[in-house]
Design a protein around this ligand. Structure first.
Ligand SMILES: Cc1cc2nc3c(=O)[nH]c(=O)nc-3n(C[C@H](O)[C@H](O)[C@H](O)COP(=O)(O)OP(=O)(O)OC[C@H]3O[C@@H](n4cnc5c(N)ncnc54)[C@H](O)[C@@H]3O)c2cc1C
Length: 420
């Protein structure tokens, strides 16, 4: 028989930790068990490629909750505890040491893991990925002896690692298959903008480059490209994306496709089991399709919806995708969802790197990115949600308040929100 008074959360990342908190905030008074494979209490990952990697902030700053939070809220946080299977019939999770924990409701917040390279030499010593605090510690421990780092992949993690290591002072080469960094998210134009930022800071950016092999005697010494070029190095960081950790769900018979499939309430295909964070592939009401976001904001906000759904309260996840990145002195926030084919309109000072980039489809704003311009995110999201055609010239004109581009009905609300 399921234990009707126990809710179990698998995964002690941001999503798992916020779900435990949300269950209490929403009034659940029963037992909450938070099962976390890592030895650490839940922490946030963004500092791992930024201030923590550069040695500018202590690990405590990354904690999701202050010391004592879990005990104070009667949440059983069990670190170093891996769930090996889920039995939906019996409503139990099985731990590596064979312990069984019954649940009334189960949340899977198992996150994602870095993709590995499939080239010769990928397993050499000195070839690292960055996902966990332990990865960041391993990378940090080597950095004082690194003269030349090669980063494979100019996505967000690769770009941020390149920026941080460059700021520390090592030589950095970035090898990217696409023509510009971040091309699949930002398109050619704005991806090129980021390419310029890295070059201006002394990064050697090898775009349009195909990796052939990593080579070295006992550890990595060289990165070899298809065109015959070889880059001497003493460390390689691989940032070629992540894959959702959905194997528990799959083995338990839940519907899985690019993550765990959930509806807008974050309910999986099996009653009583929910998923949130990087692992959840959500039916998103605003997009009429599925969305799996690998961003901090998804892991921060989805748990509240999941917790309410677990408690039988109404809730849907309909937030727009949102993420941020900091590289050198360039901070940005991105909202919405664009493709490389969408038209880009720039408002602001591109050369001075203070701008808002808008992506337009059928004359409507589908995404916006503010770079070193702050307190505009809410207005950008309102423009996306309005779904109305916009005047390009006014969109590009910094003297036209963003709220004035909204349809009349929304503009009052947006102005009020901006002034709040
Ligand atoms: C270096 C780095 C920098 C980032 N920077 C940014 C940024 O600037 N902006 C942004 O928007 N996003 C950023 N992100 C992305 C953001 O951190 C993720 O979206 C977020 O961490 C997802 O949280 P999660 O809880 O869903 O998954 P995770 O953080 O992956 O946590 C899942 C946890 O579940 C555990 N687990 C998995 N399987 C089991 C099991 N069977 N039993 C027990 N435990 C299990 C894992 O060990 C892990 O601790 C960054 C990510 C990284 C790695």
């Amino acid at each position: 028989m399921p234990d009707l008074n126990t809710h179990v959360i698998v995964g002690g990342g941001l999503a798992g930790a916020k779900a435990a908190e949300a269950l209490r905030t929403e009034g659940f008074e029963g037992r909450i068990v938070l099962l976390a494979a890592e030895a650490e209490a839940p922490y946030e990952r963004p500092p791992l490629s930024k201030d923590y990697l550069r040695g500018e902030s202590p690990r405590e700053n990354a904690r999701v909750h202050p010391e004592g939070f879990y005990a104070d809220h009667d949440i059983e946080l069990r670190t170093g505890t891996t769930v090996t299977s889920v039995d939906p019939e019996a409503r139990e999770v099985l731990l590596a040491d064979s312990e069984r924990i019954p649940y009334a409701r189960l949340l899977l917040a198992t996150g994602a893991r870095p993709r590995r390279l499939e080239v010769p030499g990928a397993e050499l010593d000195g070839v690292l990925t960055l996902r966990d605090l332990a990865d960041a510690d391993a990378l940090r421990a080597r950095l004082p002896w690194v003269a030349h780092l090669v980063v494979i992949g100019a996505g967000w993690i690769g770009s941020e690692v390149a920026a941080s290591v460059r700021q520390i002072g090592s030589e950095v080469t970035v090898v990217e298959r696409a023509e510009v960094p971040l091309e699949h998210v930002l398109g050619r134009d704005i991806g090129g903008f980021y390419g310029d930022i890295h070059r201006d800071h002394g990064v050697e950016l090898l775009a349009g480059a195909e990796l052939k092999a990593l080579a070295g005697e006992s550890r990595v010494e060289r990165v070899e490209l298809d065109d015959g070029r070889a880059i001497a190095c003493d460390l390689v960081v691989v940032g070629v994306g992540v894959t959702p950790r959905s194997e528990l769900a799959e083995a338990a018979g839940l519907a899985v496709e690019n993550g765990i499939l959930v509806d807008e309430h974050l309910q999986t295909s099996v009653p009583g089991i929910f998923a949130a964070g990087d692992v959840a592939n959500v039916a998103h009401p605003c997009y009429g399709g599925r969305l799996r976001v690998e961003h901090w904001a998804g892991a921060l906000h989805q748990p509240e919806v999941a917790a309410r759904s677990m408690l039988g309260k109404p809730a849907i996840w309909d937030r727009l995708p949102y993420f941020f990145s900091d590289q050198y002195d360039v901070g940005m926030e991105y909202s919405g969802l664009a493709t490389g084919q969408d038209e880009v309109v720039i408002r602001g000072d591109r050369a001075g790197r203070e701008l808002i980039a808008f992506w337009l489809r059928d004359d409507r704003v589908v995404a916006g990115m503010n770079v070193n311009v702050w307190d505009v995110n809410e207005a950008i999201q309102a423009l996306i949600r309005a779904g109305q055609t916009v005047d390009r010239a006014r969109l590009a004109d910094p003297d036209v308040p963003l709220a004035d581009l909204l349809p009349a009905r929304n503009s009052v609300g947006a102005r009020a929100a901006n002034q709040a």
